[in-house]
Design a protein around this ligand. Sequence first.
Ligand code: SF4
Length: 52
Amino acid sequence: MPQNNCIKCTVQQCKYHDCCNNYCTLQSIQIGTHEQNPTAIECTDCQSFQLK
Ligand code: SF4
């Protein structure tokens, strides 16, 4: 799949990561949180992640 230039990502362990340019290859992604009251970057998650 070609990279989606609108979604930059550095999670190389994800099967939707393009190998070389640090982009996602999905057309869209779902972002969410595992916190009840998110207050920092670390509180947010890419919920489209799938292990390679
Ligand atoms: S699905 Fe999420 S974690 Fe995976 S490459 Fe795309 S943006 Fe990155």
